[in-house]
Design a protein around this ligand. Structure first.
Ligand code: ATP
Length: 234
């Protein structure tokens, strides 16, 4: 489902972060919020997740039971194996046989099927983040919220994880809201980029790039031009 935010107002004491703010996130697309640090991206995603209160406004198209999350840190349960970390969110959703099939197929898609019995402490940072991506897609949600999920990973690892992510997304499209302040990452992943800036926050521009191929090559002229253009807006 698409998600519409209407006339949002949110302040922290004297700091007005959102003033009569409106935005619409497109159904089953990757909608990216790109803006400088401190402009209000995390505040917005926390409001959508129901983790932060807002002063006034309306949010349409949300059902809190219907949301998956991928955070900056993988947030795996340390005393559960890779397999059981995913099973944990699926219990109560499906019977055992179906859960087993879902977990195995998702671990396969992120190339971690051989690590299903490992505990988080024995995995690298990139592997843990792949488990959290597999977990987010295993859960039967229509909406996925991601806040800087690739932070702290080097570029080649990032590229692998983004590829795993795109494989899962293409098999099971969801309405995705993705927060980042990295232009390169936003160009690799997005269908729509909302450039945010100013205080209170404004949408400087909505850029649509979903007609371009997903096999994205950031060294291509189109992306270099777009990157320069976006930089000039931030
Ligand atoms: N709990 C809070 N109390 C007071 N001010 C806050 C609080 N949370 C955020 N802010 C302020 O609100 C503004 C927006 O913060 P927010 O974290 O939403 O920005 P952001 O764009 O996500 O930044 P970053 O990329 O650094 O996380 C910032 O000026 C921040 O200092």
């Amino acid at each position: 489902m698409s998600i519409s935010i209407k006339n949002l107002n949110k302040s922290y004491d004297d700091l007005k972060v959102y003033k009569d703010f409106n935005i619409k996130f497109e159904k089953n697309k990757i909608n990216t919020l790109l803006g400088p640090s401190g402009c209000g991206k995390t505040t917005l995603i926390n409001i959508i997740a129901g983790l932060s209160k807002y002063d006034s406004g309306h949010i349409e198209g949300l059902d809190f039971r219907n949301i998956s999350y991928i955070f900056q840190e993988p947030r795996l349960i340390p005393w559960l194996s890779v397999y059981d970390n995913i099973d944990f969110v699926l219990k109560g959703q499906f019977e055992q046989k179906k859960r087993d099939q879902i977990i195995r197929s998702h671990l396969e898609l992120v190339n971690l099927h051989e690590f299903k019995d490992y505990y988080p402490e024995n995995l690298s940072g990139g592997m843990k983040q792949r488990v959290s991506i597999a977990r987010a897609f295993s859960y039967p949600s229509n909406i996925l919220l991601m806040d800087e999920p690739f932070k702290g990973l080097d570029m080649s690892l990032k590229q692998d994880i983004i590829n795993s992510f795109i494989k899962l997304y293409e098999k099971q499209p969801k309405t995705i809201i993705y927060v980042t302040h990295h232009i390169d990452e936003s160009l690799l992943l997005s269908d729509y980029i909302y450039i945010l800036n100013n205080s209170p926050v404004e949408i400087i521009e909505k850029i649509s790039i979903f007609e371009e191929k997903r096999e994205r090559d950031l060294s291509k002229e189109y992306f270099l031009d777009l990157k320069e253009y976006i930089s000039s807006k931030l």
